[in-house]
Design a protein around this ligand. Structure first.
Ligand SMILES: [Zn+2]
Length: 83
């Protein structure tokens, strides 16, 4: 089996199974990381736009839910229906 060449720069690839040489593999890893972080940033921006705050999930959300339930009990919104 002929040695594989890096598909990015044409240098000898690290292994027969790799498409890239060591240098390009490292670049690829970093690009992948950058792409992931970009995707995360986009997701967070979208969440912010929609008013979703993932950091306030879990316990905080449960507390908020309880507070809203309590507030609904104290100030029922359907007072009109009750009359
Ligand atoms: Zn390369």
């Amino acid at each position: 089996m002929p040695p594989r060449l890096c598909t990015a720069c044409g240098a000898l690839a690290v292994s027969r199974w790799s498409k890239y040489c060591a240098a390009c593999r490292e670049i690829g890893r970093q690009n992948q990381k950058a792409a992931t972080s970009r995707a995360n940033q986009l997701r967070w921006a979208e969440w912010r736009e929609r008013g979703i705050d993932p950091t306030h999930g879990g316990e905080a959300a449960a507390k908020r839910g309880a507070a809203i339930r309590q507030s609904n009990v104290e100030k029922p919104r359907r007072r009109k229906d009750a009359q």
